[in-house]
Design a protein around this ligand. Structure first.
Ligand code: XMP
Length: 510
């Protein structure tokens, strides 16, 4: 399989670059620049390299630099933004910084006749975001594009197959960006388009059928997209040697536990153990109001429940985890402030002895996981399921968690979801749910006074959940949802809509 290396210099679009390459059906891998040497690159057999952008200036001492031996490996390179400047700097060119020549946003670029720009008009719109630029391309390079402010918006040394662009071809605002990446991957690097999801399923099934033959394999199934796809994939490979454990912590949405059990246990015939642990979790959460404490308790209790089940099952050889590619990339990064401690099954290998851990989806982006799920015949509603936090409704019931409050929230959330679906808006918002605030207020019904909880509705539009906009849902949908919630649910007297973006708020309330 042909591979492209995306060498990461800290740019915010590095994942996007890899996804764009993969959408051309060529496998792309992101590696931090300081975690791979030129020899390592050579050994890995990459057909091409892309240097990402980055926030630095090449003349800053602390900015990321790289061994210039990479330019002489004979592997084609495309430098983007900082990557372009770095390539120029490494090859002996001159970079300059001028406030009045910085460009940000959509910019007209004039391109020369060059393989990188094949199929493009000579004038098009690109996305710029820079202050520094290449003033003088290095020896052996020629300028192949310019803008009104930037004399060298792209350069190349065709004999060494080195290319650099000051703009960002990976973002959709660069109108012909997709074509430029296509040209680099196929015309310059000569890649074959052989990264296809059907091949992925077939290859993975074959591989695990052999490598896991005769082994007892355990998987923690949450009903989320990643663990579901991992479960069905492995079931296809090893059948009943796979045991899935589904811990129902009592903090799931309405009817969700039954749905998971029916889909995986009955429909797919997977060997599934459902553990109803609601009382255990609610007991531990009694009186707890602090969000981080709730999360920690749930994470730990989850491991304890799982441990109990594993003990009963006896020795298992392999643990399967639903890790996906963005998790792999993120775990390779430096420390960032803990905003919320996300709960997953990462702690399991520490408390239960396994000979081996298998992560069948570790090379896939989320959209590729979904495509794999579709290939495997997993129902659409599950494959396109919106994200649901590990601690479940515990982080959507503000304040102390009780059975009564969970019940109110489940009903309100179900009504909201029904109304969104009824209005055909499911694909217009990326995540939507109800929250039960701890605030009670006075209302009136008939002629009587009521005193009940306030429910909040939250819907967000986002690409990556790192930042998010609140979704502009139609008033009619909000109105109907509010009226149904207050009429149908005794105990909720008021409904509000959350109009905060992330940042400063987060998607979940806790
Ligand atoms: P926040 O609230 O951090 O949420 O803006 C971003 C996305 O992550 C989901 N989320 C979680 N997912 N375990 C998860 O697996 C968690 O503990 C968790 N907390 C938040 C949230 O639903 C949103 O999609």
């Amino acid at each position: 399989m042909d591979k492209i290396l995306v060498l990461d210099f800290g740019g915010q679009y590095n994942q996007l670059i890899a996804r764009r390459v993969r959408s051309e059906q060529v496998y792309a891998e992101i590696r931090p620049y300081n975690k791979i040497t030129p020899e390592g690159i050579k050994e890995n057999g990459y057909k091409g390299i892309i240097f990402t952008g980055g926030p630095n200036s090449v003349y800053d001492e602390a900015s990321p630099h790289y061994d210039s031996a990479i330019l002489n490996l004979g592997i084609p390179i495309l430098g983007i933004c900082y990557g372009d400047q770095l390539m120029a700097y490494m090859a002996g060119g001159e970079i300059t910084s001028a406030e009045n020549s910085s460009e940000y946003g959509k910019t007209t670029v004039f391109t020369a006749d060059n393989v990188l720009f094949e199929g493009l008009p000579s004038e098009s719109v690109c996305w710029m975001s820079h202050t520094d630029y290449v003033k003088m391309p290095p020896k052996g390079f020629i300028t192949i594009a310019h803008t009104a402010k930037c004399p060298c918006a792209a350069m190349c040394d065709e004999s060494r197959r080195l290319y650099g662009v000051q703009f960002h071809p990976e973002v959709t605002h660069t109108v012909y960006g997709k074509q430029m990446l296509h040209n680099f991957i196929f015309l310059v690097c000569g890649c074959k388009a052989d990264w296809k999801m059907e091949n992925f399923v077939e290859t993975a099934v074959k591989k695990y059928r052999t490598s896991l033959a005769g082994k007892k394999v355990l998987l923690a199934l949450s009903g989320g997209v990643d663990s579901s796809v991992a479960a069905v994939l492995l079931h296809k490979a090893i059948g009943n040697n796979l045991t899935c454990v589904f811990v129902d912590h009592g903090l799931l949405r309405k009817d969700e536990g039954d749905f998971v059990e029916n889909t995986f246990g009955k429909q797919f015939g997977i060997n599934l153990i459902r553990v109803n642990a609601e009382d255990r979790f609610l007991d531990k959460l009694k009186g707890v109001t602090e969000p981080e404490q709730k999360r920690k308790i749930i994470g730990e209790e989850f491991i304890r429940v799982f441990e109990d089940v594993a003990k009963k099952l006896g020795k298992m050889d392999v643990l399967v985890q639903g890790t996906i590619y963005p998790d792999v990339i993120e775990s390779g990064k430096g420390d960032s402030a803990v905003i919320k401690s996300h709960h997953n099954v990462g702690g399991l290998p520490d408390v239960i002895a396994f000979d081996e851990i298998v992560e069948p989806l570790r090379d896939l982006f989320k959209d590729e996981v979904r495509e794999t799920g579709t290939q495997l015949g997993i129902p659409h509603e599950l494959v396109w399921r919106q994200p649901f936090p590990g601690p479940g409704l515990a982080v959507r019931v503000i304040g102390e968690i009780t059975k009564e409050k969970l019940e109110l929230l489940r009903e309100a959330d179900a009504i909201f979801r029904e109304e969104i679906a009824g209005a055909g808006l499911e694909s217009c918002t990326n995540q939507y749910f109800a929250v039960l605030t701890d605030l009670r207020s006075v209302g009136v019904m008939g002629d009587a006074r009521t005193y009940g909880y306030t429910a909040a509705l939250r819907a967000v539009t986002t690409d990556d959940f790192m930042t998010a906009e609140w979704t502009r849902l139609p008033y009619e949908v909000l109105e109907k949802t509010s009226s149904r919630i207050t009429n149908e649910i005794k105990g909720i007297t008021r409904v509000v809509y959350d109009i905060t973006s992330k940042p400063p708020a987060t998607v979940e309330w806790e």
